[in-house]
Design a protein around this ligand. Sequence first.
Ligand code: FBP
Length: 599
Amino acid sequence: MDLFSKVSRTAGKHSLLEEEIRKLPVPVSSVFLGKDGKIRPADFRQTDMTLVCKGHDRISQVFPKTIAKGGSIVLEAVASEKAATVSGKRVAVLFSGGPAAGGHNVLAGLAAVLGKQNTLMGIRRGPGGLVKGDLFEIDAQSVNSLINLGGFDFLGTDRTKIKTAEQFEKVKKTVLDNKIDGLVIVGGDDSNTNAAFIAEYLAKENIDCSVIGIPKTIDGDMAAGRYLPISFGFDTATKIYSEMVGNLTQDAASAVKYYHLVKLMGRTASKITLEVALQTKPAITLISEEIAEKNMSLGQVVDYIARIITLRRLKGINHGVILVPEGLVEFIPEMARLIAELNKVLSEYEKDISDLPSVENKREFLLPHLTAPSAQLLASLPPDLQEMLILDRDDHGNVKVSQIETEKLLIEKIRYRLSEMKRHTENFFGKGEGKIEADPVQIEDFKKVVLSTQSHFMGYEGRSSKPTRFDAAFTFQLGLAAGSLVLSAKTGYMAAITDFHKGGRVLALPLTGLVTAEMRKGKEEFVIEKSLVDLSSPSFKLFVQNRDKWANEDCFSSPGAIQYWGPTSKQVPLIVALDQDYPDFACFDLGEDKQIAPQ
Ligand code: FBP
């Protein structure tokens, strides 16, 4: 075959790498293996671990049926021959929210554990498809052709929040019409909240249908400490971003003329940013949770960055990389107050505001309803940011932070701050608190240097990549676990894996143990609590111990591309290894001897 034909044949997910990756065997935990070495559903037994949420009494009133069934006890998978005898079950699966690498391996895990004696159904385009009843039967062959490949395109996804009585009625209709015995919801905190409510609703309606959640999100905030150190997709996304940021640190030090300001995805938690910082050691990294804790204003954040840029400039370093988490604006307390006030007014006057024709009209209506500092802050923001804060909310009431150009807002403000420093050197240089010590020659040099910046947003490119070996194995086990839970008629649980360094322990977490009360669109709602960067965690402490050094001199490291073969290919994320107290750079290794290709 000539090269022309060979290149043409790589269309449709058949690149040379995709062909090789598809062949990689997926490891299987021993709890899912029968004596014959074939995949078997596991059984789940009670452990002595419990997961009790804050405000348990109130949550019990919201989820009485689910809590009565399983309580707060965490279950653990054990090998069993019993569950393998279950047949004739119909299990439907959907993807919800943003894509994350490994989704197709969840499907492959489900298909493998359900076997030919049960049926796997796919729900098209997320919870919206569940409400509409848009289902199809998945054949094992099509799932196997997607194994180890990225994206959510096989099923599609959306962000529909199932909240109205009418939507719940429709879910019930879909379940009954399609004779569904189990519903597997692959999603983040909002989607697993959906799962918790659907489980409760179906139980109340006396419908025998298991509802099981699977923890997905690149953001890493669908996590539960030692029970579930991380969600799937985080490892792949952070490895992609770390490669790109590592390259930018190298570019900065080579071309010696740019500050690359990189906004990294993670709509709330800064876990992605922290992991990438630990992997690449850039000059400046902002962690939203710390900024909130220190109650820093936008001006103080800008001062912090401008100060490091200046100190580096005094040493002759006029380049570097700055990492900014996507969710930053919502963590700057004055911005958070503004957003909370806006949410309240927007929900109180929803009808009046939606009738107003332009953003300007809406802003004029809103301003008198805000406190003076919030009104002032809103008016001081660039018009496109004002518009996003006023108009754009997703179905769950969240501000669409990925569309806020924080990186550009910061660059504009840093530039202004540095120009002020040049104009009023006496206020910024000299002796005294907060001032920078520099001699007159250095100050003159500082005045001559111009800040050149490049802004980047790394987000979407990390969500749909081919999964790392870690995520490929993680998601396959999650699929096996979810399928096993359905076959053993459990409902209201989330499949989870912990202890990656010991080959993984497969758990089922009661969804109600993760729920908490939160303010959304100005109203109290019950939702699964996001897991944010813990400022007392070893990973954050390590970052704090080192950041001054990374600011003072170029110390960057460049971890390079994702490895699919070789000793580093199965490495777990650094923040997981550090925070779970693993003794070393751990790997999620299930043992070569247990590796078998999915059936
Ligand atoms: P999920 O929590 O649904 O996995 O989504 C995460 C995320 O990638 C965020 O990091 C980002 O803010 C958001 O999705 C962007 O969503 P959209 O696809 O609506 O632009």
